[in-house]
Design a protein around this ligand. Structure first.
Ligand SMILES: Nc1nc2c(ncn2[C@@H]2O[C@H](COP(=O)(O)OP(=O)(O)O)[C@@H](O)[C@H]2O)c(=O)[nH]1
Ligand SMILES: [Mg+2]
Ligand SMILES: [Zn+2]
Length: 292
């Protein structure tokens, strides 16, 4: 039988099999020999040991499409990053860090601002003007008023999506709406997993329907850029590209050079000051990391 690992804890893997449920499995020695560790999101073949108790053995790991480092999951199709339009106020620096790390890992990201019911249209327009040229799809929703949820469902359909964002933005509220069984799935897992072993909060996959899964990740409050050279940072701000041909110097960093097309565009209001300021801050941060 074939299924998908939805959680891994202390040597046990919980494998979701369509129409059969969740099986508690061990990975056989072959994986240790090959030094491949099964990950949440892995598609696997299992042999049943005890169909009644829903226990099995993972016998084969199917080829991976990709592996995400943070969170550690396999076969991710896209990320849905959620921020609140207000309460808490969006932390643009954190959002930009997230977008950069996802792009670095080649995962397409959809930006979703929740709680649109809390702000006037002018505020929505402002948020839109900052992010409409960043290369990501942009959504405004209200989980509370159930606005925009159909669009989210369409985006998730048939894919495995990692849902991320700081705490308090409405992730759990959204997930509970999308998957009324989410709580139940978590409950089934907690039951299967010994009390003591359930302590750390690992990433977990939730089955929404058919081939649709979401990864419920712990909320984050900070993110470090790793693996990115400061010279490459501008690639992650695709809205700069249109103005680069106007930079006087080739390889312009858009920070201190005279005759910079991007800084001109900033002055002309064509590049968002919020995005540009984050670019500058992150550039300085990457510069100082490299000194040590
Ligand atoms: N006004 C408003 N409040 C919301 C909305 N979505 C969630 N909330 C509230 O925001 C708070 C945090 O939500 P929660 O789902 O726990 O956020 P999480 O920490 O990201 O999982 C709760 O009090 C929710 O009721 C929304 O669209 N509008
Ligand atoms: Mg939550
Ligand atoms: Zn420049």
């Amino acid at each position: 039988m074939q299924g998908k690992i939805i959680k891994g804890i202390a040597g046990f893997y919980y494998v979701h099999i369509a129409e059969a449920g969740i099986f508690e499995c061990k990975a056989k020695g072959i994986f240790r020999k090959d030094k491949i560790k099964p990950l949440v999101g892995d598609n696997v073949e299992i042999e049943l040991l005890d169909p009644q108790e829903k226990k099995g053995n993972i016998t084969k790991l199917l080829a991976r499409k990709n592996v995400l480092v943070r969170p550690a999951v396999a076969n991710i199709d896209q990320a849905l990053v959620i921020f609140a339009a207000d309460k808490p106020r969006p932390n643009f620096n954190l959002l930009d860090r997230f977008l950069i790390m996802m792009e670095y890992q080649q995962v397409k990201t959809v930006i979703c601002f929740n709680k649109q019911d809390l702000v006037p249209c002018t505020e929505i327009d402002k948020l839109r003007s900052v992010y409409e040229t960043c290369g990501c799809r942009l959504l405004f929703v209200s989980v509370k008023e159930q606005e925009g949820l159909e669009e989210i469902r369409r985006i998730l359909d048939g894919k495995t999506t990692t849902v991320a964002g700081p705490s308090g933005v409405g992730k759990s509220s959204l997930i509970n709406l999308l998957s009324p069984e989410a709580d139940m799935q978590t409950g089934v897992l907690s039951e299967k997993i010994d009390r003591g072993r359930h302590t750390t909060r690992h990433s977990q996959l939730l089955h929404i329907e058919d081939n649709t899964y979401i990864v419920d990740t712990p909320g984050f409050s900070s993110l470090y850029l790793t693996g990115i050279e400061k010279e490459h940072l501008k690639r992650y701000f695709p809205e700069f590209a249109a103005y680069e041909p106007y930079c006087r110097f080739q390889g312009c960093s858009h920070i201190h050079e005279p005759g910079c097309g991007v800084k001109q565009a900033l002055e002309d209001g064509q590049v968002s000051p919020i995005r540009y300021e984050n670019y500058m801050m992150l550039y300085e941060e990457l510069k100082s990391i490299r000194k040590y």
